[in-house]
Write a protein of this length. Structure first.
Length: 282
């Protein structure tokens, strides 16, 4: 029985209204950040709630790099995030292969421990990590930040890749073993190419977490040239203690957000295939 055309049209209208509301909710903060970054300080003080800037200017973007070592902060974030992802993926690929394809005593307990660590709050391990970083003389260094970031990236990547490796057909391994391949050769030459969607997905999510991390970066760096961009943006200061440089903060936030959007657009197909891998079994 066909539905009433009027009800069908009303349902479609409500559906598109809902879509528009969701898009507005998602995109409006980013639009407001761009709008604020294109507005000078005088206009922000007197006309902060205007929907469009009267005289758009890129001066805030210029001042971001002029007043502080923001370029160096961007380099710090890039090196630390990329290094964290590479080390995490390498270690998690080895761990996932062992946890997903081999049987040994205590494997289930180990998996639950990894899951528990991944949901542990950062503040709970902050004191111990600070002592460790200081003892290893890694304060104000890239390696210190990488070591601390892997606390939350490594358990996540191990858990996701283990689920993916478990669903890879065993026949691939058996064929490699018949050809005389060692377990390490099987992993790097046979399984890793198959794991590309999962590696891209977990790597990108780990990169976003490391790129946006604030607490560890704030605690383990004190030199302005050693700080990452989230900390640098959070410590932007105005001409006086009574001025909040919203224009500079938004300009820095837009600069930091654009690379993440570009990465997601480039790897969106791999992300979808990686997230849905193993969801349907034949």
């Amino acid at each position: 029985m066909n539905k009433n055309p009027a009800l069908r049209a009303l349902g479609q209208a409500l559906f598109w209204v809902l879509i528009a509301a969701v898009l507005f909710y998602i995109l409006f903060p980013f639009y407001w950040a761009i709008k604020t970054s294109l507005t000078n300080s005088a206009q922000l003080s007197s006309q902060a709630l205007q929907w469009f800037p009267n005289n758009p200017t890129f001066q805030n973007y210029v001042d971001v790099f002029r007043g502080q070592p923001f370029g160096r902060n961007l380099l710090n974030s890039l090196v630390v995030a990329v290094g964290t992802v590479i080390i995490s993926l390498l270690l998690s690929a080895l761990s996932a292969y062992a946890l997903g394809k081999f049987r040994f005593k205590g494997k289930s307990i180990l998996m639950y421990i990894i899951l528990a660590v991944s949901v542990f709050p950062q503040i709970a391990v902050l004191g111990g990590m600070y002592t460790t970083i200081r003892t290893l003389s890694l304060y104000n260094t890239w390696w210190g930040l990488m070591l601390s970031y892997m606390i939350f990236t490594l358990p996540f990547t191990v858990w996701v890749l283990t689920s993916f490796v478990r669903d890879i057909p065993t026949e691939l391994e058996e064929a490699a073993f018949v050809d005389g391949a060692t377990p390490m050769q099987t992993l790097f030459r046979v399984l890793l190419p198959v794991m590309t969607p999962a590696l891209v997905t977990t790597g990108l999510l780990a990169f976003i977490n490391a790129w946006n991390e604030f607490l560890f970066a704030l605690t383990f760096t004190s030199d302005d040239k050693a700080k990452t961009v989230p900390v640098a943006i959070g410590q932007f200061s105005g001409a006086s203690i009574y001025e909040n440089p919203f224009g500079l903060i938004m300009a820095g936030s837009v600069i930091v957000t654009v690379p993440l959007i570009i990465l997601v657009l480039i790897f969106q197909r791999n992300i979808v295939s990686g997230l849905t891998a193993g969801a349907v079994k034949g």
